[in-house]
Design a protein around this ligand. Structure first.
Ligand code: ZN
Ligand code: ZN
Length: 180
């Protein structure tokens, strides 16, 4: 081998190593940028962002694998969408008032609270329809129930206005409601 050939080979090797090094560096920088973007989409936690960045910077490539294994499963957008979906499901499930015993949302057709066993509905003594304990008259037949209107049913009060007005009109003729 001539010295000239060895010289040329050396130059080419140097170029090849430089190009390879630049590619590896670009790839590493890419994983760092990707990781920082990814953790920002998954967490508000500044500490988690710093830890993720330090991990992929100090431990090239293997750090990325570790990050993917331990990162939060859901993105913040996923979490938000799931919360919206759950809320919509809750609305569709006829959750119209809250248990007097444990304050959890319950369906308006449930007779007993499945969480704390409080009785949510009673039978009207006159017509047998289900009535809620806080109603002063039966919503079906208007029979006065002589039960104290009470307790907190936050959503039911807003949603039940037509019933309240109807029952007010009925009981006004029957037994004089104060304030009408
Ligand atoms: Zn309950
Ligand atoms: Zn009734």
């Amino acid at each position: 081998m001539s010295p000239e050939f060895i010289n040329t080979l050396g130059v080419w090797l140097e170029v090849a190593v430089t190009v390879m090094g630049a590619m590896v560096f670009a790839l590493w920088a890419g994983t760092v940028v990707w990781t920082i973007n990814d953790i920002r989409a998954r967490s508000w936690d500044v500490l988690a962002m710093i830890l993720a960045a330090v991990l992929v910077i100090l431990v090239p490539f293997a750090g990325l694998v570790v990050y993917i294994l331990v990162r939060p499963r859901e993105t913040l957008a996923d979490t938000y969408n799931r919360a919206l979906e759950e809320e919509a499901l809750l609305r569709e499930a006829n959750v119209s008032f809250f248990c007097t015993g444990c304050s959890r949302p319950v369906r308006d057709t449930w007779v007993f609270c499945p969480h704390c066993q409080v009785q949510l509905l009673q039978a009207c003594p006159a017509c047998g329809h289900a009535v809620r304990p806080e109603w002063t008259v039966c919503a079906q037949c208007g029979t006065a129930r002589g039960v104290q209107p009470a307790q907190q049913y936050p959503q039911a009060e807003a949603g039940a206005e037509p019933w309240d007005q109807a029952s007010d009109a009925r009981s006004a003729s029957a037994e004089q409601v104060p304030g009408r």
